[in-house]
Design a protein around this ligand. Structure first.
Ligand code: SF4
Length: 398
């Protein structure tokens, strides 16, 4: 087939897919895969449809959450091939934060107008490391999740920040307990491709990355009506179909339970010292196609892409239909991608406004999910109430 004929056929299929969507039908798997593969020539058309869908959803505004990042422990029982964050006990930089360290970061964040304390940590390190069991025993806890629960409660009690825990897999019981001390929580689905757990692949020796187990956590959160952040990671050995299937799995969860407050599209970045240090990174165009297809598959869900992982291509991400920049910290580095600093907030504002959007600070829980957090009893409800303005955005942050 000549390139011209191929482009004509692709153009027709793109137009069909987009008209299918505009007529109110949900975008099908086949159409989504076609869009993910569209040629560079047709990419602007895909992006403009995605941006128009974003404007129908949340016109004129892009949000972000002003946060501090709290790496409660970087010990982790998993060994993901792309992870620069995790450590074994005794490794250089291995650390579990004390309550005093947590509070020190939170109070500095408070002074800078932060409203979110993002707890990011390794998954249940005490199951494999006696050193972590000993650390927890000294701190007075039996498990990392129990310690996390106590630290979320401490943040609520001692500051105006709202905790957003991201601790890996959680049982129904732990979701119930953490939901009493945090208005929202998260777990990246990453991918539905279980073959990535095979030897040599990205999730080799990462038992907590089994997609079925992660979907179970997301589903449990749905049953308990917990506002939930999830997403996919691209460039870790998955196919285009896998990307679409991951987005469809998230869409299905949201259709069943209505609790997915945000879908993150995250791109793999190679770093020295990780098992995947020589793996190719996804090209910007792949990232843009994925963001645009995520937007078209879920036109009424918040879609986020971390700005520091695509810098300096902020305008392009806005063009692809995101409506949120995620958590951006004026204080703490991105411990997951320490070599990629977050943009200065004023720079992010200027770039966002130059594209015709107002930049609005939100809480870790999105405005449309706020009522769920307000349904919870006690201190959490009080803190959420005073952190939110009349429209459900962050009251304190500029
Ligand atoms: S990505 Fe998360 S689960 Fe995987 S090794 Fe790193 S900290 Fe552990």
């Amino acid at each position: 087939m000549s390139p011209a004929t191929e482009t004509r056929l692709q153009s027709r299929s793109l137009a069909l897919s987009l008209s299918e969507m505009q007529s109110g039908q949900a975008l099908s798997r086949a159409a989504a895969c076609d869009l993910m593969r569209c040629s560079d020539e047709l990419l602007p058309e895909l992006l403009s449809s995605a941006r128009a869908a974003k404007e129908r959803f949340k016109p004129g505004v892009i949000t972000y959450s002003r946060k501090v990042f709290i790496p409660l422990t970087n010990l982790c029982r998993d060994y993901c091939g792309y992870c620069v964050f995790r450590r074994d006990p005794g490794d250089r930089g291995a650390h579990t934060m004390t309550p005093e360290e947590v509070l020190a970061v939170v109070h500095q964040g408070e002074k800078l107008g932060c409203t979110e304390a993002l707890f990011s940590l390794g998954d249940k390190p005490e199951l494999v490391f006696p050193e972590m069991r000993e650390t927890l025993r000294r701190l007075g806890y039996h498990s990392t999740l129990q310690y996390l629960e106590a630290m979320c409660e401490l943040v609520l009690r001692e500051s105006t920040l709202l905790p957003h825990p991201n601790p890996g897999l959680m049982s129904a019981e732990w979701i119930r307990r953490l939901a009493l001390v945090s208005p929202s929580m998260g777990l990246m689905l990453e991918t539905t491709n279980a073959a990535l757990l095979k030897p040599g692949a990205a999730h080799d020796n990462a038992p907590d990355k089994l997609p079925a187990r992660r979907l179970r956590t997301i589903e449990e959160a749905g049953k308990q009506r917990v506002p939930f952040t999830t997403g996919l990671l691209i460039g870790i050995g998955e196919s285009v179909e896998d990307r679409v299937d991951t987005l469809l799995a998230i869409r299905e969860m949201h259709e069943r339970y209505g609790h997915v407050q945000e879908v993150i599209v995250q791109n793999f970045r190679a770093k020295p010292g990780i098992p995947m240090q020589d793996s190719p990174e996804p090209a910007l165009r792949e990232m843009l196609r994925t963001v645009a297809v995520a937007r078209l598959l879920m036109p009424h869900v918040n879609i986020q892409a971390p700005p520091n992982l695509s810098a300096p291509y902020y305008d392009e991400l806005l063009d692809a239909g995101i409506n949120d920049w995620g958590g951006v910290s004026p204080l703490t580095p991105d411990f997951i991608n320490p070599e990629k600093p977050w943009p200065h907030l004023e720079q992010l504002r200027a770039r966002t406004e130059a594209q015709g959007f107002k930049l609005e600070a939100r809480l870790p829980v999105y405005p449309e999910f706020l009522s769920r957090a307000l349904d919870r009893p006690g201190l959490l409800r009080e803190r959420v109430q005073s952190a939110a303005d009349a429209e459900g955005y962050a009251r304190r942050a500029a």
